[in-house]
Design a protein around this ligand. Structure first.
Ligand SMILES: Cc1cc2nc3c(=O)[nH]c(=O)nc-3n(C[C@H](O)[C@H](O)[C@H](O)COP(=O)(O)OP(=O)(O)OC[C@H]3O[C@@H](n4cnc5c(N)ncnc54)[C@H](O)[C@@H]3O)c2cc1C
Length: 386
């Protein structure tokens, strides 16, 4: 993979913006209100090749790096669209690319790149484990050439909108393990042809991510759908965390810019007490402050992405970028809501929708507390806090 030039990055930005212009605020408002899946948007993104950004060219993808993939997600969110509808494919891609067999990649990736197969679901979280992933209980037991899965997952997004789901399940009981990070395995579940009972019950959530509780009852997965080595799944998932954090940071930067752009435009136009509200320091300075924080977080995001693309260690930068960007985006969200006053709460202005969407980034797919725990422990050498 070649590192992209500034001109190429600018071209990606402009082209994604152009695509997003066909999906204006009203489109997302309607999708959000009806809790629909933004199918037309996802299809357009697939057709443009941007959804397959991280798939290598030999499998039909664009073969771009994390820096460029992040720019795509940033521009989607900055345009007022919602990358949540499709980002999981980019988050999960690394697990398949790095640890999947050649046969698995040949079987799935060209179809994913062409948009014929959607890989948009990733099932990790469980009610009894929460952030302590090594405590998950959903088990996969090998019987000959199949694994039989029983258990329950929670908060699993887009199960009904996806053809493939990556599943993390326990293949060795917790108590039998010396190293508690072993004993978990990653599988590709083909949702188009489920053997056994897999039930996805939609959850009533604050944002439109099509999130479910998923029940597995004797679900059979062919052994050939095991990714990599049995028992190494947690390692494989961890390997993907830096990429995921960098991509979330990029989404947050996009949201943050959307908020500060909308807030400053509104502050210039809205006249109260005979002058634009943006003349008041109580309105102007918080917007400027949020802007500064977003720009600072953006530097860390690009530093992390550049290191990732150079295949250098980037755990510290990726975690800092995720933390700083999600916090800056949330600050900008609050500032924007304050700037719009009562109108910020009116759905027609889109601020409240974005406000809800950006709030997620501090919590999922990983909470900022755990990001700080990484920094405290692995960068600053303090004792493990969990
Ligand atoms: C809209 C949405 C979509 C999601 N989609 C998916 C998906 O597709 N697939 C999937 O697998 N998961 C998904 N999740 C789940 C998400 O990844 C988890 O909610 C998140 O990782 C936190 O886990 P938890 O909710 O169990 O929180 P808990 O682990 O119960 O933690 C609750 C709070 O306590 C804090 N906490 C816990 N332990 C410590 C500690 N030792 N030190 C400091 N703080 C601590 C946490 O940081 C958090 O703030 C989704 C969640 C949401 C809300």
């Amino acid at each position: 993979m070649d590192v992209s030039t500034q001109e190429e990055r600018q071209a990606i930005r402009e082209s994604v913006r152009e695509l997003c212009r066909d999906f204006p605020d009203a489109y997302w408002r309607e999708v959000d209100k009806k809790e629909d899946y933004p199918l037309a948007f996802v299809e357009a993104l697939t057709k443009s090749g941007y959804l397959a950004a991280l798939i290598p060219e030999e499998y039909g993808g664009a073969g771009l790096g994390i820096t460029d993939a992040g720019i795509i997600l940033e521009e989607i969110n900055r345009s007022g669209c919602n990358s949540g509808a499709c980002h999981a494919q980019m988050y999960t891609m690394g697990t398949l690319l790095r640890h999947g067999s050649e046969e698995q990649k040949q079987r799935y990736l060209p179809g994913v790149a062409r948009g014929e197969i959607r890989l948009q679901a990733f099932a990790v979280t469980e009610p009894n484990a929460g952030s302590e992933t090594t405590r998950i209980e959903t088990k996969a037991v090998r019987h000959g050439d199949r694994y039989v899965v029983n258990g329950q997952k929670i908060f699993i997004s887009r199960v009904k909108q996806s053809d493939l789901m990556l599943l993390l399940a326990r293949t060795t009981p917790y108590d039998e393990l010396k190293d508690k990070t072993r004993g978990l395995s990653v599988f590709i579940v083909d949702l188009r042809d489920v053997q056994g009972k897999l039930e996805a019950q939609p959850l009533d959530m604050m944002i439109n991510h099509h999130t479910n509780t998923v029940f597995f009852e004797d679900v059979e997965i062919p052994a050939e759908n095991l990714i990599g080595e049995e028992g190494m799944g947690f390692r494989y998932i961890i390997d993907g965390w830096n990429a995921e954090r960098i991509l979330i940071a990029a989404e947050a930067i996009g949201d943050g810019r959307w908020f500060t752009e909308r807030a400053s435009a509104y502050a210039r136009d809205r006249v109260v007490f005979g002058r634009p509200i943006g003349m008041n320091q109580g309105i102007q300075f918080p917007i400027a402050q949020a802007y500064a924080h977003i720009e600072a977080a953006d530097l860390m995001r690009f530093e992390a992405a550049a290191k990732f693309d150079r295949r250098e260690k980037c755990g510290a930068e990726a975690n800092m970028a995720k933390y700083l960007a999600s916090e800056a985006a949330w600050e900008a969200a609050n500032v924007c809501l304050n700037t719009f006053g009562g109108y910020g709460f009116a759905r027609d202005y889109d601020v409240e929708r974005k406000f809800r969407e950006t709030r997620l980034l501090s919590v999922a797919p990983v909470s900022n507390n755990l990001v700080l725990a990484f920094l405290g422990q692995n960068v600053l050498g303090m004792p493990k806090s969990y």
